[in-house]
Write a protein that binds this ligand. Structure first.
Ligand code: TMP
Ligand code: ASP
Length: 239
């Protein structure tokens, strides 16, 4: 085997993190078959979900890497349902970019889901399970000590760049990137895109039919969750 899994470090809702033997600068990120929503108040799973998300995340991160975005992704280990990633200190901010309104912001501001935005909207959420990841503004992010003002500026700039790249990337697969969530980490003084980009963390609709193919199918009990994740992968595989 090329790499060896080391000590268990952390378990999240959809992933488990281990060290990598002999490589202190890396982590081993294992994708689970679990699905959660509403801060894990709702739980589910399907066989093969971890593998599908790994394949999708790998395609996305390899594309972003090629385009010059600094990402934590080193390489996917398909037989292990895992990826080798740079070890980073995760900044406790979820950076959400929206191209069409859906989900929480559509509801909170009274817009119909699917309302197109003239400019992408960038939002910050404080990553804190006990508080259910509240929506915050930049001054509140500073008050919480989550990041510096310079870092927040950089996060927003990076998020918009990733959005431009991913809009056309998914378009090639006839997928509309409605919105998505990014997380960033710090590694030796520089910022790096981290975590995952999968149908768990993006809203992806069929461009023509507007059929929803992401985790909203699980959140909202629409069924065909596994089939939708598999559909996203089969479209991305061939681009
Ligand atoms: P929202 O409309 O529920 O705020 O979600 C916006 C986007 O962020 C959507 O693509 C799903 C993603 N997201 C996560 O990845 N993790 C989360 O905890 C939440 C609330 C949203
Ligand atoms: N990611 C969160 C959870 O797993 C919320 C969500 O995606 O709806 O509970």
């Amino acid at each position: 085997m090329k790499y060896q899994k080391g000590d268990f470090l952390y378990e999240g809702k959809a992933k488990k993190i281990y060290s990598v033997k002999g490589h202190p600068q890396w982590v081993w990120m294992e994708f689970k078959d679990d699905l959660t929503a509403f801060n894990a108040k709702k739980r589910g799973a399907f066989e093969g979900k971890g593998r599908l998300n790994l394949l999708i995340a790998n395609k996305v991160f390899e594309f972003l890497k090629q385009e010059g975005v600094k990402v934590h992704w080193v390489e996917a280990l398909l037989d292990e349902t895992a990826a080798i990633c740079q070890k980073v200190d995760i900044i406790p901010l979820e950076v959400v970019v929206r191209n069409w309104l859906a989900g929480s912001t559509a509801k909170r501001l009274g817009f119909k889901e699917g309302t197109v935005l003239e400019e992408p909207l960038v939002e910050l959420y404080y990553k804190k399970d006990e508080l259910d990841d509240p929506f915050i503004n930049e001054d509140q992010a500073l008050l919480l000590g989550a990041a510096t003002r310079e870092e927040i500026g950089e996060l927003k700039k990076q998020a918009l760049k990733v959005n431009q790249l991913l809009l056309s990337f998914f378009q090639k697969a006839c997928l509309q990137l409605v919105d998505f969530k990014l997380e960033f980490g710090r590694s030796s003084a520089s910022l790096m895109l981290a975590d995952e980009i999968t149908p768990d963390s993006c809203r992806l609709w069929d461009i023509k039919t507007k059929e929803r193919l992401d985790k909203d199918r699980f959140r909202r009990d629409w069924g065909r969750v596994k089939e939708s994740y598999a559909e996203i992968w089969s479209r991305l595989e061939s681009i």
